[in-house]
Design a protein around this ligand. Structure first.
Ligand code: DMJ
Length: 647
């Protein structure tokens, strides 16, 4: 059939400059081929101009390029759902990968395969259309397809070269920051020389695998696992969204334990599925310490850019909560509208000391690695407000009104509501390479007041940190307050009396161990008291539960690292055995309702901090000190290590 309409029928034709006497209405094969090649070249140039040249001009904008590619996807290919999922190319459909089913080892290969299939499908369609128009044979069509494929591969190759170069440049920049924060890349090893420690460390790794694998199996993507009913669980602090809290909280522990396959699975989920774009009201504090802290720690450990970007995006969602007259953030924020408010139960609409006082590590490090001053400004404003206030007896009350800047109810505690505020003063100083002397001075003053006013000794000789409530001392200590044993010991160096504070740390850790040892399960209660004959035991039913919390084991970790006394490893092993005996079930680990019962009933929740903190501290206790050394790393309050700035 004639290819009518391509050349005007009256056009004079020449061969080697000699006019031909007859006019012809059809094209020879060679001519068709040449025309087709012109199409191919034109098509390739357009392809390159649209997707490639803009990036060449801007040099480093690979994410823009990616956006272009994604847009093209949705124009050329049907969206998942329109054409089904795993469908073959060539039928107007493309093989797509479901995030949940990703084999983490093969993600790069899959991406390459996807691109190749897209190219091939596009090339086939283009060539088919032109060949039909030119009435070409199948063989010639194939040849042209090859030409198109070659061109596109060359363009993609060039694009990849630019992406690689950009990655290299980013790694160089990161190394500059890391030079300052010496923790630097990677933190693996710590293989113990001691054979018993090695065996125990391996047992802790197996416990982590049991907790993680069950989460993966029964509640992947949910915030937490219900290990008995074997389904997802979410506490109100995470709002209504499934944010994979366990994945983000556990990932650095997996990395540190060298569980590579599991770590990669977590990393891929974070890269592809972690988003705070939905509408939900979240706890600003919990989101910061678990999500922002977890991601920043992963960035510090691996240098992987994806964590920095995600941490920044999530931190930005929290910023509206800081828009108050004093700069003291409110407790909850709506991720969509940005509206924020305080807990209904908090005295007079106040913000909570432990919450608004636990942003400094994350926000200072975020400013450091992004160069964006916003985050540091926010936490410095909090500090400025606190410094302008008078502290009753040198103590910080747990409640502060973010509008008036006045203290609320006079309740001071190193446990619930107060705890990590003190921790962050000390650790901000450490993170800064000991340059943030203002933080150190605030810490020293606060601890001096606590030591004078709240540290008590029981009749049986146990030292504890009491609470001050409604004008009187309450002889009670929370499990949460047991972290302070480690904090006092860590803060001894750099204080005006290292021996005194190291002893205080050891005494508090000993008391917290007693609270475990005096129970039937050898696990400690949520709170314990010192009243009359009661020593380090709960008397109220609603204080007898244990929800897999880390603070006592955290205390053993610091005491072990600082003193190297074997008893801390032994106590940690007692706790690990008790966890296996009473909390381990087929579907993971669960909290218990009453530590004083031989066979306690279970609460059916595997808290994300069990994987982030409890198991991480246990593992580090049985590792040698070159794994996360304390002069190079500092842990946030959720046990996520950040690299310390060089002194
Ligand atoms: C963790 O989320 C953090 O340690 C926080 O500071 C208070 N306690 C829980 C675990 O007990």
């Amino acid at each position: 059939m004639a290819a009518s309409g391509i050349l005007p029928t009256t056009q004079q034709r020449y061969v080697n400059g000699v006019p031909l006497s007859t006019a012809r209405k059809t094209l020879r094969m060679k001519e068709k081929y040449v025309i087709l090649l012109v199409f191919v070249t034109f098509g390739s140039v357009c392809f390159g101009a649209i997707f490639f040249l803009p990036d060449l001009r801007e040099r480093v904008n690979v994410s823009e390029m990616r956006k272009h590619m994604q847009n093209v996807d949705t124009i050329i290919f049907p969206k998942p759902g329109e054409g089904g999922d795993n469908l073959s190319p060539g039928k107007g459909k493309i093989l797509r990968h479901d995030n949940n089913g990703i084999d983490s080892h093969k993600i790069d290969d899959k991406e390459r395969l996807r691109k190749q299939m897209e190219i091939q499908w596009e090339q086939e369609k283009m060539a088919e259309a032109v060949a039909k128009r030119l009435n070409m044979s199948k063989d010639d069509t194939k040849k042209v397809q090859g030409e198109i494929l070659g061109e596109k591969e060359r363009i993609l190759q060039k694009k990849k070269e630019i992406e690689d170069q950009q990655k290299e440049e980013e790694m160089e920049k990161l190394k500059e920051v890391q030079k300052d924060h010496e923790g630097g890349f990677g933190a693996k090893g710590g293989e113990p020389k001691d054979a018993q420690a090695a065996e125990r460390r391996e047992e802790i790794r197996q416990m982590m695998l049991h907790a993680w694998n069950n989460y993966v199996k029964h509640s992947w993507g949910a915030n937490e696992l219900r290990p008995i009913s074997k389904r997802g669980h979410s506490a109100s602090i995470f709002g209504t969204l499934s944010l994979g809290a366990t994945i983000v909280d556990a990932a650095d522990t997996l990395y540190i334990m060298g569980l590579e396959e599991e770590y990669k699975k977590a990393r891929d989920w974070i890269a592809t599925s972690l988003t705070f774009e939905g509408s939900s009201e979240l706890s600003v504090f919990e989101t910061n310490i678990r999500f922002v802290g977890g991601l920043l720690s992963l960035y510090g450990l691996t240098g992987d850019q994806v964590y920095k970007t995600k941490a920044k995006n999530i931190a930005d969602k929290l910023l509206p909560a800081f828009k108050t007259a004093t700069g003291i953030p409110q407790s909850m924020v709506n991720t969509k509208t940005g509206s924020s408010r305080n807990w209904g139960w908090a005295s007079g609409g106040c913000s909570i000391l432990a919450e608004f006082g636990s942003f400094h590590l994350e926000f200072a490090y975020l400013t450091e690695i992004t160069g964006d001053q916003t985050y540091l400004e926010k936490v410095m404003k909090i500090r400025e407000t606190l410094n302008s206030l008078e502290k009753p007896n040198g103590l910080y009350p747990n409640y502060l009104n973010p509008r008036t800047g006045r203290w609320g109810q006079q309740h001071t505690s190193i446990g619930a509501l107060g705890d990590s505020f003190y921790e962050y003063l000390l650790k901000s100083w450490i993170l800064s390479g000991k340059k943030d002397t203002q933080a150190r001075e605030m810490y020293d003053a606060a601890v001096r007041a606590i030591d004078e006013k709240l540290v008590k000794t029981s009749q049986g000789g146990l030292r504890y940190v009491a609470e001050f409530k409604s004008g009187r001392i309450e002889n009670k200590m929370d499990h949460l307050g047991c972290f302070s044993g480690g904090m006092f010991a860590l803060g001894a160096e750099g204080s005006d009396n290292a021996e005194k504070y190291l002893k205080l740390g050891a005494d508090i850790t000993n008391t917290c161990h007693e609270s475990y040892d005096r129970s039937a399960t050898k696990l400690g209660p949520e709170a314990f008291r010192f009243d009359g004959n009661t020593e380090a035991k709960s008397i109220r039913q609603n204080e007898k539960y244990y929800i897999l919390r880390p603070e006592v084991i955290e205390g053993y970790f610091y005491m072990w690292r600082i003193t190297k006394e074997q008893k801390y490893r032994d106590w940690a092993w007692e706790a690990a055995q008790a966890l296996n005996k009473h909390c381990r079930v087929e579907g993971g680990f669960s909290g218990v309702r009453d530590v004083y019962q031989e066979k306690p009933s279970l609460d059916d929740v595997q808290q994300s901090f069990f994987l982030a903190e409890t198991l991480k501290y246990l593992y580090l206790i049985f590792s040698d000190d070159d794994l996360i050394p304390l002069d190079k790393w500092v842990f946030n309050t959720e046990a996520h290590p950040f690299p310390v700035k060089a002194a």
